[in-house]
Design a protein around this ligand. Structure first.
Ligand SMILES: Cc1cc2nc3c(=O)[nH]c(=O)nc-3n(C[C@H](O)[C@H](O)[C@H](O)COP(=O)(O)O)c2cc1C
Length: 453
């Protein structure tokens, strides 16, 4: 059996994502990085030269004045990935697209298109939308409650996968000598009527090179983990420590095994910012420096409300006990994250100020040090089954360059990371099997599609 290999993804939030309000002040980052296709191409090619598996685009569709700079002004994921597809050759292209504010037919079609354009490198990070305010941009008063969000997401996947099975692999005959373009016996409508969606199909695009784009999932509640274990090829998550990483990893793989799935066919990729220096000491200083300059306490306070449906915490006394009543506002937002913060504040009897300080300290990276130190720690997490790979936040460009030039070669020398791509598809590089078409309905032969019709 081939040796298990580490996977690497690149997460880029250009001028600064959550926790990094001032990153755009770094002169190495173009001031318009989040909307600058030339800059995206440059950094994604850098990741591709380092043999990264994928680039991962996070997204949301609701902003406030306290949103971080990248969120205020950024490119739409599938449009961006389509441009990256023609500027790269091997790296996987994963976009975050919500099941709460997209129609399944439209998304199935756009993702299959990206898979064709990129020749088999498309991925989809399924989210249900953490930002409750998105509802107002789509004609709704409120975001869906949890049952509905995750119920819709599960059915959504069923519909999208059903649509991707509209055509069997070899449905298009394209034979000029016989005049046969399509074998209609290999075209299947969907006729889906479920609790949330009604979709006839078939989809108007052929089965794409990967059969199905790679499915990621991000969402940490029981509902979220069950969805991931049931439908995902890969999971995007956070891990604050080795132990937390191991616990999450074990939990997801166990849930998948209980559902009869092969746990090796779910790749767990937590996101991390890494800090690298010539020495461990220098790296620690770099981390301290960046964490101090990248976000002030006032900015942390403004952004803190995001998990709580953008509730404004500036209205509370910073030195009074943490306002537990605020959890109510998280019900349709990032509830799992908000509940974790609230429970921690109560258990430790923290004030609001102390809770924020605790959060700022907890953002410390587990991967800080000289290249050798960081590589050793990555291998420890990988071999200890705390992760299958890392989604590396680009952060400050000089740090990302150190990672690709100084840490990746060590991982290659140690035999845990590739020197060359194994495959041209994202599935192939992630070691995932290619799914076969599973048409949901019998053939229809009355569709007038053959050349003679
Ligand atoms: C690691 C991680 C990354 C996420 N990324 C996004 C994202 O890019 N866009 C988005 O709208 N929601 C994102 N979410 C939100 C989830 O889709 C979900 O709506 C939210 O976390 C609440 O569900 P939960 O309680 O199951 O975590 C993310 C969640 C997690 C845990």
């Amino acid at each position: 059996m081939a040796q298990r290999q580490l996977k690497l993804g690149l997460v880029t939030t250009g001028v600064g994502g959550p926790g990094d309000s001032n990153r755009w002040l770094d002169p190495d980052i173009p001031l318009d990085a989040s909307v600058n296709i030339d800059w995206y191409i440059e950094v994604v090619r850098q990741a591709e030269a380092a043999k990264f598996d994928l680039v991962f685009i996070v997204d949301s569709q609701y902003i406030t004045k306290d949103s971080p700079p990248h969120y205020l002004n950024r490119l739409e994921p599938l449009t961006l990935l389509s441009a990256l597809a023609v500027a790269t050759t091997h790296i996987g292209l994963v976009g975050t697209l919500t099941t709460s504010y997209n129609a399944p037919f439209n998304l199935a079609r756009r993702l299959a298109s990206l898979d064709l354009i990129s020749k088999g490198r498309a991925g989809w990070n399924i989210v249900t939308s953490g930002d409750a305010g998105t509802a107002g941009n789509y004609g709704r008063d409120e975001h869906f409650d949890y049952e509905t969000r995750y119920g819709r997401a599960a059915e959504y996947l069923e519909v999208v996968r059903g649509l991707w099975s509209s055509y069997e692999e070899d449905a298009f005959v394209r034979d000029r000598s016989t005049g046969v373009f399509l074998d209609p016996s290999k075209l299947h409508p969907l006729n889906h009527k479920g609790q949330y969606f009604s979709v006839k199909g078939p989809l108007n695009i052929q089965r794409s090179p990967q059969g199905e784009p790679v499915i990621f999932q991000a969402g940490d509640s029981d509902h979220g983990r069950n969805l991931g274990a049931a439908v995902a090829d890969a999971i995007f998550t956070h891990a604050a420590s080795f132990e937390q990483g191991q616990a999450f990893y074990g939990d997801i793989k166990e849930r998948a095994a209980k559902l009869g799935r092969n746990p090796d066919q779910i790749v767990v990729l937590p996101g991390f910012t890494l800090y690298i220096g010539d020495t461990d000491e220098e790296a620690r200083e770099a981390e301290q420096h960046y964490r101090k300059v990248d976000q002030s306490f006032e900015q942390t306070l403004g952004e803190f409300g995001r998990s709580f449906g953008w509730h404004d915490f500036r209205q509370y006394d910073l030195d009074a006990p943490f306002p537990v009543q605020a959890l109510e506002f998280a019900k349709t937002s990032f509830y799992t994250a908000a509940k974790r913060i609230t429970e921690l504040a109560v258990a430790r009897n923290l004030t609001l100020r102390q809770t924020l300080e605790f959060g700022r300290a907890a953002r410390g990276s587990p991967f800080v040090g000289a290249p050798e130190t960081v590589a050793n720690e990555i291998i420890r997490w990988f071999e200890g089954r705390a992760l299958d790979g890392l989604n590396v936040h680009l952060g400050h460009p000089s740090q990302f360059t150190r990672f690709t030039q100084q840490v990746v070669p060590i991982l290659q020398e140690r035999g845990v990371f590739r020197r060359e791509y194994e495959d041209k598809t994202l599935r192939g590089n992630l070691g995932l099997e290619k799914p076969r078409a599973k048409p949901r309905t019998a053939t229809v032969d009355h569709l007038p599609i053959s050349a003679s019709a």
